[in-house]
Ligand binder design. Sequence first.
Ligand code: SF4
Length: 272
Amino acid sequence: MEPHPVTGALFDSPVPPGTGWPGDPADATTPVAHDEDEVASLAAGARGIPELDARVSVCRACPRLVAWREAVATSGRRAAFADQPYWGRPGPSFGDPEAAVLVVGLAPAANGTNRTGRMFTGDRSGDWLYAALHRAGHASQPTSEASGDGLVLTGVRIVAAVRCAPPANRPTTDERRTCGHWLDRDLELATPHLRSMLALGSIGWDAALAAARRLGWEVPRPKPRFGHGAEAQLSAPDGRGIRLVGSYHVSQQNTFTGKLTQAMLDEVIARL
Ligand code: SF4
């Protein structure tokens, strides 16, 4: 057992549900999905965001991703984090349960969310995203290093196309389809107060459009093309317009190379 970086409490890797990890939404009674049908049924039956987050966080429906996330969490840790416990479970959504804005990411990073248990936490991508959300007044602090560090989001909730860290950041088509049921329910629960969505990268863009379509929203045809600053106007079942805005992903390959600058990210966030 190793100490949590903020609380100092001792944890196994992967972290068993309900053992006191900061922000762990699940406990030992949370039902576990083992295949796509079970994901669909548990997602549809989640009565609210806390129950949905709990169910996501213990999901085992994609054998390849379960094996990868747990291998990284045990024998595959990055040397810099070798003395820390790894979450080793899916990353549940994070942020304001009544958010007017959803940020749709790709998938957890193997040594980021898969280590810390919170979306975009503990890696360079998160440094970029939360600093920008802080500048825009949506995040209580500009950094996000560990669950339990006190970060609070206002008006924004972060979801993802896929909730387990995929090898080479590439989930398969089947994995995206299976995990899409969780996203559908996240979007459905968010709809009453939703105003806009920010899709990070083309996979986030495609996932947002596909979820909206499955939920019966009006989505333009042909499918709007992803690009940084691209926009699409969607229509929720109650007739309200929901703006979808695209951004290059906050991954290091975009931020280190200057493909995505702080000014570019601030500009798309301001449009939300
Ligand atoms: Fe479950 Fe999604 Fe992880 Fe697959 S990727 S195991 S559906 S949480």
